[in-house]
Design a protein around this ligand. Structure first.
Ligand SMILES: [Zn+2]
Length: 159
């Protein structure tokens, strides 16, 4: 069996009058993430990690923000398509470990739901999807609540 690791990182700006989508679910918050798609920063970091592990460029390469078909698209669709892309090279997802950096809203209570949704989209066990949340101690753009960032590490395998 061949195994490979990948790493992904993403940032989106927080703005008024946008829904906040994170980890495939909608959160109640007075601000939302700005982007061409639904701007789900956690899913985007995971997609980039998967593409990186398979050495298949990045999310912007496959799903350009100039393409009308991706306007306000549910990022779960992009994740499902990413899983298909790496399957084209013979890879399946082993496990995911991700961290979201956000000052607010508090994510702790919603993480099990995100894990379930993402595991379902990817087609792996919930136990293979780890999502961690942290603040940045009020420092930097995440600390000032100007945006949310996410990091993801993944392992993919080919039998
Ligand atoms: Zn993004």
């Amino acid at each position: 069996m061949k195994i490979r690791v990948g790493f992904g990182f993403d940032v989106h700006r927080l703005v008024p009058d946008r829904e906040l989508w994170l980890g495939g679910i909608k959160l109640e918050h007075e601000l939302g993430l700005l982007g061409h798609s639904d701007a789900d920063v956690l899913i985007h970091a995971i997609c980039d990690a998967l593409l990186g592990a398979a050495n298949m460029r990045d999310i912007g390469y496959h799903f350009p923000d100039t393409a009308g078909e991706f306007k306000n698209i549910d990022s779960k669709i992009l994740l499902a398509r990413t899983v298909k892309l790496i399957a084209g090279k013979g890879y399946t997802v082993g496990n995911i470990d991700a961290t979201v950096c956000a000052e607010r809203p508090k994510l702790k209570a919603r993480i099990p739901e995100m894990q379930e949704v993402l595991a379902d989209v990817i087609g792996i066990d919930v136990d293979d999807v780890s999502i961690k949340a942290t603040t940045t101690e009020k420092l930097g753009f995440t600390g000032r609540e100007e945006g949310i960032s996410a990091y993801a590490t993944v392992l993919i395998e080919k039998k």
